[in-house]
Ligand binder design. Structure first.
Ligand SMILES: Nc1ncnc2c1ncn2[C@@H]1O[C@H](COP(=O)(O)OP(=O)(O)OP(=O)(O)O)[C@@H](O)[C@H]1O
Length: 453
């Protein structure tokens, strides 16, 4: 039996175009010219996909998207927006629309969208949540809620902007959104925008033609093309040069790129996920990040909590990491002494899960190979006091002032530990990073963030 689509629009031309395009793809269409007709159709039969215009005689498409989300959460709804009406498209994605198409409708985009929507598995968000549990560990409320959001977002094509401190698991979250979604079988291409020299970013992203510049000895595909059909993860997106931000915005809007030195545009179908540990809204205020691009990337914002906000997850993470090490090195999994676990649970982890990995790796080399003791962890001597997790109900009545206090206290502690490590290594940043159990890159970010460099 053919798949069934419901198309809601009061413009006969659009209805006709959509019906024709969908029937070419062996999809049967039921059309509705108003929301009342649409509701009637929804009561009568089951659909695999739905298109709705934003402005209808008896209501607006946005409310319809919300209703569908509530009553038929498994039904993908795409909205049809007027040309250039980014605001409404963004609103629709936020409300749970699967994707959007702008008028005049481009057949290629329409087909890509339909193909993706029909690939959506009937797997419910709950099932997905269970699947992601094995990868993104943590049983605290914040982590369960994060996994719930990830499985919902995996069903959409909306750009997601992932925030969180260094080492919290932003890339892992991006991978999960990709893997659990319809693009999961296609490429996931991560790019660290801060690690590419400014003059090479364009060619890295969009590719180049032979002879486009000195050293361009052959045609080269860009990362957008490599990610075609899949997902592009723009890590440290705040570090993208301004000139490149304009070009990226265009590529996202047009769903097409032009290689450096090329004359023709190449169509690409890529879902964009981005992340940064910086405050992107602040970068916009300071003029180092374009507002229009920010708006386009930040359709849905997902925050990955710091490890100190979920200290109860530390034992589970520790066991998981030790198991991974043991498998990788074909060793027996070492045990961890209760005192060592206690020390880990009262440590503040400025470098988050990555720091936990580094601490455990280092501890393994110091341990007797069977049990990790507290001393093997070599946690910084002047341990910061255990912060109260921000999500615990035991917070004092004055939550707002406590939160501010906590933040500035943590910053002070972080500064203190970093200065200590730097001084003891005579400002050798590589050695200091090692001492702190974080990567060189993470230290560099922290120095900038804390204005210590
Ligand atoms: N909840 C988690 N469960 C299991 N592993 C995790 C979890 N969170 C983070 N990790 C692991 O911690 C490490 C750091 O994660 P990741 O690279 O995703 O962090 P990040 O926030 O992207 O870091 P950065 O800001 O430095 O780019 C990875 O090895 C990742 O697998």
């Amino acid at each position: 039996m053919n798949r069934q689509a419901l198309v809601i629009d009061d413009e006969p031309d659009i209805l006709e175009l959509l019906t024709m395009t969908l029937s070419d793809m062996s999809i049967d269409c039921v059309t509705a010219e108003s929301l009342a007709q649409a509701h009637q159709a929804l009561k009568q039969q089951k659909f695999d996909l739905c298109f709705t215009d934003m402005r209808l005689p008896d209501g607006n498409g946005l409310d319809f998207v919300k209703t569908i989300q509530k009553q038929w959460p498994e039904l993908p709804v795409a909205v049809i927006t007027a040309h250039g009406n980014v605001d409404l498209a963004v609103e629709a994605l936020k409300s749970g629309a699967f994707d959007f198409v702008s008028k005049p409708l481009k057949l290629r985009m329409l087909r890509d969208l339909v193909t993706a929507a029909l690939k959506l598995s009937p797997e419910t968000p709950q099932l997905k949540e269970r699947r992601s549990r094995d990868k993104l560990l943590g049983e605290t409320d914040v982590m369960c809620s994060l996994r719930g959001k990830i499985s919902k977002l995996a069903r959409s094509q909306a750009p997601v902007y992932i925030t969180g401190e260094s080492g919290t698991g932003k890339e892992l979250v991006a991978r999960l959104i990709h893997e659990l979604g319809v693009r999961g079988e296609q490429a996931f291409v991560p790019i660290n925008c801060g690690a590419i020299p400014a003059d090479l970013v364009e060619s890295e992203l969009f590719g180049h033609k032979k002879g486009a510049f000195t050293g361009a000895i052959a045609d080269k595909q860009g990362l957008f093309q490599i990610a075609d059909g899949g997902t592009l993860f723009l890590d440290e997106v705040a570090d993208l040069p301004l000139m490149m931000q304009v070009k990226l915005l265009r590529a996202i809007q047009e769903k097409a790129i032009r290689p450096v030195g090329g004359h023709e545009e190449i169509n690409v179908d890529v879902r964009i996920l981005s992340a940064t540990h910086k405050n992107l809204a602040k970068c916009v205020r300071e003029g180092s990040f374009r507002e229009d691009l920010f708006y386009r990337l930040n359709v849905i914002e997902l925050t990955v909590p710091a490890l100190r906000e979920r200290q109860k997850d530390i034992p589970q993470l520790t066991t998981h990491i030790l198991k991974q090490f043991a498998e990788r090195h074909h060793h027996v999994q070492p045990a961890i002494a209760a005192s060592a676990m206690q020390a880990l649970q009262s440590y503040v982890f400025p470098g988050n899960v990555r720091e936990l990995e580094n601490i455990l790796e280092r501890a393994l080399t110091w341990s007797d190979g069977t049990t990790i003791q507290a001393d093997d962890l070599m946690l910084p001597e002047h341990q910061p006091a255990t912060p109260t997790p921000t999500n615990e109900p035991t917070l004092s009545a004055n939550i707002a002032s406590t939160a501010v206090d906590l933040e500035s206290k943590l910053e002070d502690q972080e500064k203190h530990l970093i200065m200590q490590a730097l001084e003891s290594t005579r400002w050798n940043k590589t050695a200091a990073a090692k001492k702190l159990g974080i990567t060189f890159r993470a230290l560099r970010y922290k120095l900038k963030k804390l204005e210590l460099d």
